[in-house]
Design a binder for this molecule. Structure first.
Ligand code: UDX
Length: 449
């Protein structure tokens, strides 16, 4: 099949590379000429395991190409995927500017029947807006042309996107057209493992499914963090509780890891957008608002614990920070808990010595050169001259730590662990004060100075 994909960001690139890899002919379009030149030279602007190899291979096979030429792309493929960004507006609703711009571009160049497939995360009713924008553009051209619009939301996790694309839990397609249904079936036919996972439904339900999935997952995280909050104050251990509840198959072990809050490009944005949609319909979603509020509080926990450990005076302290990315295996720092922590530390007059295996460059891009930020190349380098260590991201390389050596390196024996990576008794036996999430006495451990 010949497929065009508008938007060469995260979703567009993964979709394009994966579809080309199974034999489809794919053209990816973007308005950013520099990005397209770099992509045609094999330079991939995002860090996603396996993506670069896939792009290089399929550039070579000729099944994947990148262009800024929208007219060429529209006339290239039967399927026209829209995979551009929908950043939140100031009020939390999704900004459809780019999506509708692509719709008008498709309408501008369309010569024959097309199926426009929306992959961007968009509010319910957007497919109708896309339909209208295309129809309006066609009519301004004086052209009568049949086309279909369908919704095919993505459920990719950063760091596992390639696997998710080819072996995900399901593919949701919202359409009211038999022709579009058959074309989508053909598009995903090479993924034999997904054949019985194709779920067809009406367009509005498909659009809402995406938000419902992310809101449900975010709710699970805020729920466990809320119980962690209680456990901490009651002298209970959230890790034991997690095992205790996860063993019930109705609850399950997935996505109930307590931590320093969810981040990334999806959960915060989608929960806010759904809250806003709900409000627009005259219904205040107390549940979604609570999910968001708990997450904000959770992101502030690391600073709170650190501040408490230093008797609420962090002026002049050097804080070692391991993990800047919002989760492992990505360099993405959007809405990352590390940012909330760093900004609070700077406001309190502390300095940060950070290490992340992938996100240093992104951190520099976000915060620039500043005296109170050092980016280290190794995890141990970040500890040199540090007063305390905080862990924000559960990168694999943070899991094995020589606690004796750590205690000797730090000026104060304070370890704040936002991901509950260690056994509290082992850490404490080495003479460190261990402040984890929801683990009994970790909140009330005495201050160290
Ligand atoms: C998420 C969804 O999983 C994906 O289906 C959707 O398409 C996009 O949003 P992603 O943002 O890449 O994917 O990250 P994910 O791995 O889901 O983690 C999101 C956040 O939740 C991270 O900050 C992570 O640390 C946090 N998290 C996750 C927890 O705090 N506890 C958990 O148990 C699971």
């Amino acid at each position: 099949m010949r497929i065009a994909i508008f938007g060469s960001g995260y979703v567009g690139l993964v979709t394009g590379a994966c579809l080309a890899d199974v034999g489809h002919d794919v053209i990816c379009v973007d308005v950013d000429a520099d990005k397209i030149t770099r992509l045609n030279n094999g330079k991939v602007p995002i860090h996603e395991p396996g993506l670069e190899t896939l792009i290089h291979h399929n550039l070579k096979t000729g099944r994947l190409r990148f262009t800024t030429d929208a007219a060429r792309a529209v006339n290239f493929g039967l399927l026209q995927f829209i995979a551009v960004g929908t950043p939140p507006d100031e009020d939390g609703s999704a900004d459809l500017h780019h999506v509708l711009e692509v719709a008008r571009t498709i309408g501008m160049h369309m010569q024959d029947y097309k199926i426009v497939v929306n992959k961007s995360t968009v509010p319910v009713g957007t497919a109708e807006k896309v339909q209208y924008a295309i129809a309006e553009t066609l009519s301004a051209r004086g052209v009568e042309q049949d086309f279909d619009v369908c919704s095919n939301p993505e459920f990719l996790k950063e760091g596992a996107a390639i696997d998710d694309f080819s072996k995900g839990a399901r593919i949701v397609v919202g359409t009211d057209s038999e022709r579009a249904r058959q074309a989508m079936q053909e598009c995903y036919a090479p993924y034999s493992r997904l054949q019985n996972k194709l779920i067809f439904m009406d367009i509005r339900s498909a659009e809402l499914t995406k938000y419902a999935a992310n809101a449900m997952l975010a709710t699970k995280i805020s729920f466990i963090n809320e119980i962690a909050h209680l456990a901490e104050r009651l002298g209970a251990d959230i890790e034991q509780i997690r095992h205790g509840i996860g063993s019930d198959p109705r609850i399950g072990y997935h996505f109930i890891y307590p931590g320093c809050g969810y981040g990334g490009s999806c959960f915060p944005k989608d929960v806010q957008a759904l809250t806003r949609t709900s409000r627009d319909l005259g219904h205040e979603s107390h549940l979604l608002k609570a999910v968001e509020t708990i997450n904000q509080r959770q992101k502030g926990q690391l600073f709170h614990k650190l501040s408490q450990a230093f008797d609420h005076d962090l002026r002049g302290k050097n804080i070692a920070l391991w993990g800047l990315a919002f989760k492992p295996n990505t360099d993405d720092m959007r809405e990352a808990p590390s940012r909330t922590l760093m900004e609070a530390l700077w406001a309190a007059g502390a300095r940060v010595q950070a290490y992340d295996p992938e996100a240093s460059e992104e951190c520099r891009r976000l915060y620039g050169q500043r005296d109170d930020l050092t980016l280290s190349r190794r995890r141990d380098e970040a500890l040199e001259g540090a007063d305390a260590l905080v862990i924000c991201t559960e990168w694999k390389e943070f899991r094995a730590v020589d606690f004796e050596a750590l205690r000797q390196t730090l000026y104060h024996p304070v370890l704040v662990d936002g991901r509950n990576l260690f056994d509290p008794d082992t850490v404490k036996a080495a003479g460190l004060r261990y402040y984890a999430i929801g683990r009994g006495d970790s909140l009330h451990a005495a201050t160290v100075i």
